[in-house]
Design a protein around this ligand. Structure first.
Ligand code: NAP
Length: 165
């Protein structure tokens, strides 16, 4: 499938979440996430959906993966497997895998582009993103975003594409 991307915010040690919540509130990263994903399709696991307090993210096609056949979600479409989801996605759609840990692991080997926000801090966590393999991925953008009164931590907005092997 074309146009399959992944977007994630990680701490220094690959941390992405704790107790089914994000690591911290960073308005600059939320703005970045919104700019990249708005108008497109986002795919998330059922637990990440629940962490959004059961509301779809606006102006995006919200897709949830769940193996529970009875699971329903207002404002989102639910699929029982990646294969079922692929069948419902058209070729010209741009898709972002938005988490969490389980769903990133499912798709990491299929995505074309990684959008990674590096939060330059250590966090307590129970959900993680694996290290980026430098043989497989090439860093093509790396923007430093300093902390400010509303954003507690320095960040880097990074973009990786697949290395030409
Ligand atoms: N930092 C970030 O950028 C970021 C982004 C998103 C989420 N997160 C964090 O990640 C954590 C959640 O990660 P998680 O791994 O616990 O949960 P998750 O990936 O959000 O969702 C897991 C659920 O997805 C469904 N699922 C998994 N594999 C499937 C498959 N092959 N087919 C269909 N459905 C499948 C299952 O739902 P059922 O149990 O209903 O079958 C499973 O319980 C939270 O802490 C969240 O805040 C961080």
């Amino acid at each position: 499938m074309k146009n399959l991307n992944l977007i994630v915010a990680v701490g220094n040690n690959g941390e992405i979440g704790f107790q089914n919540q994000l690591l911290c509130h960073l308005p600059n990263d939320l703005k970045h996430f919104k700019e990249i994903t708005t108008g497109h399709t986002i795919v998330m696991g059922r637990k990440t959906w629940e962490s959004l307090k059961v509301k779809p993210l606006p102006n995006r096609r919200n897709i949830i993966l769940s193996q529970n056949p009875d699971f329903k979600a207002d404002g989102a479409e639910v699929f029982s497997s990646p294969a079922a989801m692929y069948q419902a996605i058209s070729r010209d759609e741009t898709v972002f895998i938005i988490g969490g840990q389980t769903i990133y692991q499912l798709f990491l080997h299929q995505v074309e582009t990684l959008y990674i926000t590096r939060i330059l801090a250590d966090f307590q966590a129970d959900a993680f993103f694996p290290p980026v393999n430098p043989e497989r991925w090439t860093l093509i953008e790396d923007v430093f975003v300093p902390k400010d009164e509303k954003n507690l931590y320095d960040m880097r907005f990074q973009k990786y594409c697949q290395s030409v092997l």
